[in-house]
Write a protein that binds this ligand. Structure first.
Ligand SMILES: NC(=O)c1ccc[n+]([C@@H]2O[C@H](COP(=O)([O-])OP(=O)(O)OC[C@H]3O[C@@H](n4cnc5c(N)ncnc54)[C@H](OP(=O)(O)O)[C@@H]3O)[C@@H](O)[C@H]2O)c1
Length: 310
């Protein structure tokens, strides 16, 4: 199969486009003909070696954890799918090896759900990782948002942030969405009250909107705004970060998304119900995956970057 892979840690320059053997299909796996694979910051962080203390690595590594595509074949213990089914998935395993930037990926059934009928392959590929993160962190013990809560979402026009705004609104929360530049407009479109990133006035803006403090903060960027956010919580307010372990010292929780077929199916239903929209800002063909990574890392797109595999 045609695939993108790397043989050593590094930046986009270590990515190679070429032939790799087709993946085998394990008992709990589904062979998916990939149609699209979204880029996430974790792809280029893992590729740079930042997760080396956590994940074994088997070179050559095919990067990418998000996918949409069509089932080709199922493993011997998979009654859930048939050839021809359209699926999407967050195909993260606890080893860096077989990712989604390829013509085919063997995906464990726990990482998959049926593709929402209302989304094309490109949009569906952009939903799993970001959507699951937002869905799980808002509802897990970390934040446990309730109807009527005021929730501050950081980088609210980003992949996870934009999902979190929409899901929190759906859960009956009032949402303050922090963003910069054109992201502010996007945040308002999604149903949040925009807050501009500006170290001098950030706290003032949030206090003007929520004088009693906010009930929950979802941090997606870390750094100075994380510390500032801890001081904007109402008494009993909850703080969670998906980006900065310093959150623990501030009394909050650090959260990592996990593949979950039921959560993914719930996200698909929300997409089909029109609750969740996905914005794909740029697409690149598979052979230009390095440029796709660069585009995601550069930011400023207010939408997902997706690699297509026609
Ligand atoms: N722990 C987990 O389970 C988990 C899961 C998913 C993601 N993450 C992490 O969460 C972060 C966000 O992921 P994502 O998928 O949402 O990324 P993304 O789609 O690339 O979006 C990143 C967002 O952050 C904004 N941003 C970056 N640096 C900023 C800064 N210094 N000040 C203000 N805004 C800033 C960007 O704004 P501009 O576009 O204006 O640059 C953009 O809106 C990444 O670090 C990722 O690795 C963790």
């Amino acid at each position: 199969m045609k695939a993108i892979s790397y043989n050593r840690y590094g930046g986009p320059e270590v990515l190679e486009y070429g032939e790799l053997p087709d993946p085998k299909v394990g008992p709990d796996e589904v062979l998916v003909r990939v149609r699209a694979a979204a880029v996430n910051p974790v792809d280029w962080k893992a590729q740079a070696g930042y997760l080396d203390g956590m994940l074994d690595v088997v070179f050559p590594v095919v990067p990418g954890w998000d996918v949409s595509g069509v089932v080709v074949r199922t493993g011997v213990s998979v009654p859930e799918y048939d050839a021809g089914d359209e699926v999407m998935g967050y195909v993260r395993e606890d080893v860096l090896a077989h990712g989604t930037f390829a013509e085919y990926v063997s995906a464990p059934v726990r990482t998959l759900a049926r593709k929402p009928r209302s989304l094309g392959f490109e949009e569906a590929a952009a939903l799993p990782l970001a959507g699951l993160t937002a869905y799980q962190v808002l509802q897990a013990q970390a934040l446990a948002v309730r109807p009527g809560d005021t929730v501050l979402v950081h980088a609210a026009a980003g992949g996870v942030g934009s999902m979190a705004v929409q899901i929190a609104r759906h859960l009956g929360c009032r949402v303050l969405g922090a963003a910069r530049d054109a992201g502010l407009e996007r945040v308002a479109e999604l149903g949040a009250e925009p807050v501009r990133y500006d170290e001098g006035t950030f706290a003032e803006q949030v206090r003007a909107l929520a004088p009693q403090g906010v009930d929950a903060v979802l941090d997606t960027i870390g750094g100075p705004f994380l510390e500032l956010s801890a001081r904007l919580l109402a008494p009993g307010g909850r703080l969670a970060s998906i980006a900065d372990g310093e959150v623990l010292a501030l009394g909050g929780r650090y959260f990592w998304v996990r593949p979950d077929a039921a959560d993914l199916a719930a996200l698909a239903d929300l997409a089909d119900a029109g609750v969740l929209t996905v914005r794909v800002a740029r697409t690149f063909p598979l052979e230009r995956a390095a440029d796709a990574q660069r585009a995601n890392a550069a930011g400023g797109l207010n939408g997902k970057v997706v690699v297509t595999v026609p």
